[in-house]
Design a protein around this ligand. Structure first.
Ligand code: UT7
Length: 329
């Protein structure tokens, strides 16, 4: 195994999930579904849902503060805030700017990044590149979603899948061999229609969207499923190969948490045993951009992800977008 020398590393992580829990049994009372169907088809048992007064920037700021504390970095030391989301506080300004104000990161440039479930990996790639280029020393990357606000709670094909939450990581210069070994990003804009919410943009302005009930996330589940299995497997295999590694060199796979069957297909393709795969989809459902950073923060809190471990991160989402990263902690 010949690994590249990393430029940046994760100095600290944090997460924030709403207290309110919606179980599969709660959903049985809302739509024609069953706990059994949801568990066996997706692996999800419950998800956390933000109360009406909670904003995207509130969850993001809570996760960011936790990550800063974990990193031992003050908010003033952050040079760039990259916030990945598709459910920001407003169309503009960027939710990252609201977060900047809330956490007091007065010296930062702040911007949002829209890459759906791959957002955190895309953000990580940019953070690593900014640090490598000497344009920033500390970059705060946040993945955050309040998908419950764009969920059609009468549509059983989507409403059982998603949840709310935020995860954050502070990136800084690499040291002691730890860090971002490599990242990979890819998109396919020919498949935008399979997972989207078109209402509220400029193609279908909000007034028209409300009149035509185009105000919810739409997904062609089986099509997305097939594409996710292929793309996540490819992204994982490709980055390992590019770095002269195999599944044997991975201590922990931390995949996007959309569906346990997609996760199992990915780990099987890499030949990874179950104990080398971090799974928390049962607790949070699919939190899109927040899914990987929540999983990283949680795995570290639980002592499952330890210093010195080599992780493989892999994601897939709307766009389509997908990607992978090898990170040594
Ligand atoms: O994060 C971005 C990436 N997103 C994903 O990766 C999600 C990808 N898609 C999936 O995870 C799966 O496609 C789903 C979990 C959404 C659906 O699972 P599936 O095995 O592909 O089921 P299906 O859509 O083919 O539906 C099978 C049956 C259908 O009934 P019939 O036509 O066979 O009678 C559906 O109407 O299950 C029915 N069904 C449900 N039944 C109970 C669909 N949703 C539900 C439900 N409860 N919630």
């Amino acid at each position: 195994m010949s690994q590249k020398k990393p430029n940046s590393m994760i100095l600290g992580t944090g997460k924030a999930v709403p207290e309110r829990i919606l179980t599969n049994h709660d959903l049985e009372k809302m739509v024609d579904t069953s706990d059994e169907w949801i568990r066996t088809r997706t692996g999800i048992e419950r998800r956390h849902i933000a109360d009406d007064h909670i904003k995207n920037s509130d969850l993001a700021s809570q996760a960011a503060r936790a990550a800063l504390e974990d990193a031992g970095i003050s908010a003033e030391e952050i040079d760039v805030i990259l916030l990945a989301t598709v459910t920001g506080d407003a169309t503009f300004p960027a939710t990252a700017c609201y977060v900047q104000e809330k956490i007091g990161a007065v010296n930062a440039a702040a911007m949002d990044l829209s890459a759906a479930c791959s957002g955190f990996l895309y953000g990580m790639t940019l953070a690593d590149s900014l640090i490598a280029a000497g344009k920033a020393k500390h970059v705060l990357v946040i993945g955050v979603e309040i998908l419950s606000r764009i969920t059609d709670w009468t549509d059983r094909s989507t409403c059982v899948l998603f949840g709310d939450g935020a995860g954050a990581a502070v990136f800084g210069p690499a040291k002691n061999g730890a860090g971002v070994i490599d990242t990979y990003m890819k998109s396919d804009g020919r498949l935008t229609h399979l997972l989207c919410m078109i209402g509220g943009g400029t193609s279908v302005p909000m007034k028209v969207a409300v009149e035509e009930n185009l105000i919810y996330l739409k997904m062609e589940g089986p099509e997305v499923f097939k594409a996710a299995v292929t793309a996540m497997g490819d992204a994982a295999a490709r980055i390992l190969e590019a770095n002269g590694m195999t599944g044997d060199d991975v201590d922990l796979l931390i995949p996007h948490q959309a569906n346990i069957r997609i996760i199992k297909a990915t780990s099987k393709r890499l030949g990874l045993d179950d104990e080398k795969v971090y799974i928390n989809v049962q607790e949070y459902g699919n939190t899109s951009a927040a899914s990987i950073p929540i999983a990283i923060a949680e795995a570290r809190e639980k002592g499952i992800l330890k210093p010195g471990m080599t992780t493989l991160l892999v994601a897939f989402g709307g766009g389509f977008t997908w990607g992978s990263a090898i990170v040594k902690f």
